[in-house]
Every structure is written in C-alpha cells, then in structure tokens.
Design a protein around this ligand. Structure first.
Ligand SMILES: Cc1ncc(COP(=O)(O)O)c(C=O)c1O
Length: 409
C-alpha cells in the first residue's frame, strides 16, 4: 500500500475491461485547463459548443442536447425521473444487468413497471417487442442499446417507430455504445438517449451526455417547477406533477443550459472540458471511421480468442462491436488469470455479473483502446496468463490470427 502523502502515480494499466478504458491523452490535457465560472460568457460559449458537438455524436438536431453531471447512471436517473409520473406504465426489455437497473430506477419513481426478460446472451426481435407494447400499452419504454453485462446489442431501428405508433416515449441507454456503434437518434425516432464518457468516447467517467426531442420536452416542460429562491414575477411553471428529484430535474437542467441560464447546480467545469474534447476527437475522426475501427478491433480480438481455442459468449450476430464475452475455460480459475494479467502485464479485463459471474470474462476494445496494439498485447498477455494456469493454447496463434485480420483490412 502507498502512503497518503506519496505522489499520485497510478500503474500504467491497459484498461481492456467493459469500461472504464484509458482516456485519450488529448482529453487528459483538456482537463488540465484552468476553471471558469459557470456564468462566464466564455464558459456559456463552451456549453453551446458542447451541445452542438453532441448533436453530431448523437446524430440529432435536438435542441436539448446537454450534459448531466454524474456518471452514466445519473443520466438514466434524470431521464426516468423527468419522464415518469407516478402510476405510469413503463416497459423495460431486460437482456442483462442494465435492464434490471432501469426497472429498479423506474420503480423508485412510482411507475408500474413490466420487465420482459430473455435469456442473457440474446436480444429481442421487433415482433416480441411489438407484442409486449400492444399488450401492456406503456407510456414509456426504457431499453439499453448495448448491455455490457452480456455484450449484446439490441437492434433499435424498428423500436422507435413502434413506440410512436403506440403513443409511448422511448428512452435509450446508449452508455456503452455511443461513439462505437451506429446510433441514429433522429432517424430511428429515439425520444431520449443518454451515455457516459468512459467507454467509446475515450474519456473518464463522471459526465453523461443526454439528448431529448420535442416529444419528451413537452412532457418535461409540463412539469416545470422553479425553486422559490429563483422565482421572479414572470416565472411560468408547468402545472404538471413536480419531478421527484431536484438534482435530476431535466426541466431545471434545461433552464440552466438555456439562454435564461437559471441557476441549478455548479457545472462540473473540468468534466465539460473533457466531454467537449471527447466529442471533438470522435467527430474529427468521423463517426463512420470510428464505428469501423471498433468493428475491426472486435473482429481481430474474436478471431484471436478463437485461435486460442476459447469459446465466445452469446449470439454473435448481436454482439456489441466494443465488448466481447468469452467463456472461462473449464478448470481455469478466472479470477487468478485476471490477477495475473494485472500483476504481470498491467492488463485489466472484466468479469461479469449475476448468472454470468465466474462463467465469462469480458474484454473491451473501445474508444481510445480500440487499437491494434491494444488488441495484440491483450491477446499475447492472455495466452501467457492462461498457460500459467495450465491452459495450453497453440503459442502465438492468437496474435497471428488477430494480425491477419488487421493486415487484410
Ligand atoms: C449499459 C450501461 N448502462 C449504465 C451503466 C452505468 O454507468 P455508470 O457506472 O457510469 O453510472 C453502464 C456501465 O457499465 C452500462 O454499461
């Protein structure tokens, strides 16, 4: 253990788990910039730039595209707190741990929740979802795009249309996919979408971009409430039921991000700098190129793992492009291998939760780490760590297979 007064000196880890991942050095540099007051005109400009940049990232024209201060879960909570009125029916398709999280949050805000579950490692068909929507008639559907716990990505192209046809609002948790997989907020008719920086956006956790369209705005503005200490003679409130969280009240947060600049929390200046740089990096590369880079890293990693004789987890047609699940081989102590990877190679990979705990590992290839050197080093390290555990893979086969994928690309 280090002493509290020692200099901060984190080990040079290669973070290849399901997030967080290593931040792009450009993001770390942006975070060392001096602070500004939240109502400084220069800072208000930065806020506007952030909205504009994230419109590009979310592929939307939505006016309300902003940041929630907190980890990705904060934006999920803000979306659900602000959309759900007590007694509302909320449908949650659950295909992993993060579906259950949305069930839990929706229940806390007084919703009547229906959780539809399928086996982990699979996703829903549009027909299954349509049947559930028709039967339950929800006000809100809340779904993950990619669930890192199972490494599966739910196709969403049809769901927005279905929700519109049945007068439901659609909330999408894109924490784990934004920037790594295509997600077309407007074209797919997604009403509210949120994310976090620490996965495909190459930043630290602690900031959650969110976008919402006019359908969601209407519902939220109807619940607009202004704190007594901020009210003026011309304050107009919505009249609908007050949102049950102050910190996560999107109506208040929208007032704060608007030209009214109505005081709410003290904006997390450094995290806003980080978010701005994350979006600049992604958009400078181009969304299409970034998606292809993630897909290529995933293919190279998957082929490398297969060449080692390891079995991938779940329906490969619906695997996320940025996280890969693989079965821990029989007789191998999964935690011992992970400890060996960290100690001997400075490489971190993930375990999983609930029914998959101790059965699969999860390896992320996302954001700044969706690079050939990161993939090749991870495969080489895993092969060596496994051999310490008496799992003998053909030596060098994994790295060769992954290299072949990169050479062919
Ligand atoms: C799909 C999904 N949603 C939500 C979260 C929670 O994010 P955070 O830990 O940033 O609150 C995660 C984290 O892994 C996730 O993968």
């Amino acid at each position: 253990m280090s002493e509290p007064f020692e200099d901060l000196n984190p080990a040079p880890r290669l973070l290849m788990g399901p997030g967080p991942i290593n931040a792009d050095p450009r993001v770390l540099r942006a975070m060392s910039a001096q602070l500004l007051g939240q109502f400084d005109p220069q800072f208000r400009d930065y806020m506007k730039q952030v909205s504009e940049l994230y419109r590009g990232v979310f592929q939307t024209q939505n006016r309300w595209t902003l940041l929630i201060d907190g980890t990705a879960r904060a934006a999920i909570e803000a979306a659900l707190a602000s959309l759900i009125e007590a007694g509302d029916r909320v449908l949650v398709p659950v295909f992993g741990r993060f579906g259950h999280l949305k069930v839990e949050i929706a229940r806390r805000f007084g919703a009547e929740v229906k959780a539809v579950e399928i086996e982990w490692g699979t996703v829903f068909t549009p027909e299954q979802l349509e049947k559930e929507i028709k039967a339950f008639r929800p006000k809100i559907v809340a779904v993950s795009h990619g669930d890192t716990s199972t490494t599966m990505a739910q196709p969403l192209q049809e769901l927005g249309k279905l929700c519109r046809a049945h007068d439901a609002l659609l909330y999408v948790d894109a924490t784990a996919t934004l920037g790594g997989m295509d997600l077309q907020t407007d074209a797919w008719q997604l009403d509210v979408v949120s994310a976090g920086l620490q996965k495909c956006l190459s930043g630290p956790s602690g900031c959650a971009p969110l976008t919402l369209n006019e359908r969601a705005e209407k519902r939220i503005v109807n619940r607009r409430h202004v704190e007594a200490g901020l009210k003026t003679a011309d304050t107009v409130e919505g009249g609908g039921p007050v949102i049950r969280s102050n910190y996560f009240d999107l109506a208040m947060i929208m007032d704060y991000w608007s030209d009214k600049a109505l005081n709410h929390h003290t904006e997390a200046t450094t995290m806003l700098y980080a978010a701005r740089e994350c979006a600049r990096i992604l958009l400078q590369e181009g969304l299409k190129k970034a998606f292809s880079r993630h897909a290529l890293a995933s293919k190279a990693l998957s082929e490398g793992l297969a060449a080692m004789g390891l079995k991938l987890f779940g329906d490969q047609k619906h695997k996320m492009a940025n996280v890969t699940g693989l079965y821990i081989p029989q007789g191998v102590d999964g935690e011992k291998v992970r400890r060996g990877l960290l100690k001997d190679f400075n490489v971190e990979i993930g375990t999983s939760f609930g029914p998959l705990h101790g059965r699969i590992w999860r390896i992320g290839t996302m954001g700044y780490n969706a690079r050939s050197d990161a993939v090749l080093n991870t495969l080489g390290a895993l092969e060596a760590a496994l051999s310490q555990e008496k799992f003998k893979a053909p030596r060098g086969a994994a790295v060769d297979a992954a290299l072949a994928v990169y050479r062919k690309a």
